[in-house]
Design a binder for this molecule. Structure first.
Ligand code: DP6
Length: 325
């Protein structure tokens, strides 16, 4: 007998091959396959309680009551689980991120992965990992990748059921660390949901999408073989491709700040000197520096020496989303 309440946790993730643009915005069917690693230690913990005592959904995120569009997005996400379970109960959602909001680490991925797992468990839905990942995708595309363990691929698919993520290697497969150089803690002017809708306005998006499957395959092979040189080349190139699309959209999206570029240049120099590091940048100014274990301390010191770097946060490879209790 389900007690209509469950608590789940999920790690954030950083994409090595980026998701940018949708073929179907409502379902979040992406324009290209993507690949990520989960960010160990950086997670969202969410409790969902369905109850006949509630007259409407309510949600607290980091002790703040959600309203308007934020609440509507959560409610719409719960509707899918309610439909599957044949339930009309309203829910209370209580969610905490263990990393500060505005620290430049995407919270929608971990948030919607944890919400999906908690909601499904609270309603006693028996979902496979692929079904859970596809469900998380509807809330935030990148959340599909926060469900499975470690190094994860998201198959673009052709419909709801076929667009889900799965692990290609567990967290222990490769001891990489993401050093996140935090440059700005400001809320970004254009969030990713809006950004995905602008992608097709760039004449470069068609070229990015056409060549993404080859980069994706290259990246899968690099991860499986633990070939850092190969990984570094394709990860940086893929990030540059996405930012080229962003910068040539209408209106243009320029997320970089001067320290962003300074780090990109420094990371390239360091790699030329034999240091195992590469960069990747999401829809913001902060730079994720993916490091081999023996490069970690050198890269950390180099990042701290760059003017405009406020903080450097480290995350190792994280596991799958999990239920508590
Ligand atoms: C640049 O998953 O945040 O981080 O589906 O609208 O929530 P929504 O978008 P989101 O987009 C992520 C964009 C990215 C690249 C990536 O993580 O693949």
């Amino acid at each position: 007998m389900p007690n209509n309440q469950a608590t789940a946790c999920a790690y954030s993730n950083i994409a090595f091959i980026k998701y940018w643009g949708n073929r179907d915005h409502a379902l979040r069917l992406p324009a290209n396959p993507s690949l990520s690693m989960n960010l160990g230690g950086l997670f969202t913990r969410t409790t969902v309680r369905f109850s006949a005592d509630l007259t409407a959904d309510r949600a607290l995120v980091d002790d703040q009551a959600m309203q308007g569009n934020s609440l509507a997005r959560i409610s719409a996400h719960l509707d899918y689980a309610r439909r599957l379970a044949g339930s009309a109960l309203s829910a209370e959602v209580i969610s905490h991120n263990n990393f500060p909001a505005g620290a430049g680490i995407a919270s929608s991925a971990s948030a919607f992965a944890a919400l999906s797992l908690a909601a499904a468990a609270a309603l006693d839905l028996k979902l496979t990992e692929a079904e859970l990942s596809a469900y998380a995708r509807r809330g935030s595309g990148s959340a599909a990748r926060s469900v499975p363990n470690g190094f994860v691929v998201w198959h673009m698919g052709t419909d709801h059921a076929s667009s889900y993520a799965e692990s290609i290697a567990p967290a222990e497969h490769w001891q990489l660390t993401d050093l996140v150089a935090i440059i700005s803690t400001e809320h970004k002017a254009t969030g990713s949901t809006e950004g995905h809708q602008l992608a097709d306005s760039s004449p470069l998006q068609a070229a990015r999408v056409a060549t993404a499957p080859a980069r994706f395959e290259d990246c899968v092979q690099a991860v499986l073989a633990r070939d850092f040189e190969r990984l570094a080349r394709v990860v940086e190139h893929d990030s540059d491709m996405m930012h080229a699309v962003m910068q040539t959209s209408t209106p243009p999206l320029l997320y970089w700040l001067p320290p962003t570029v300074a780090i990109m240049r420094r990371v390239r120099q360091l790699r030329a000197e034999g240091v195992g590091v590469c960069y990747t940048i999401d829809a913001g100014a902060n730079v994720h520096c993916i490091c081999l274990p023996n490069a970690l301390e050198r890269v950390r010191a180099e990042l701290h020496a760059i003017s405009g770097v406020l903080e450097v946060r480290a995350a190792q490879v994280g596991g799958a989303a999990w239920l508590e209790g």
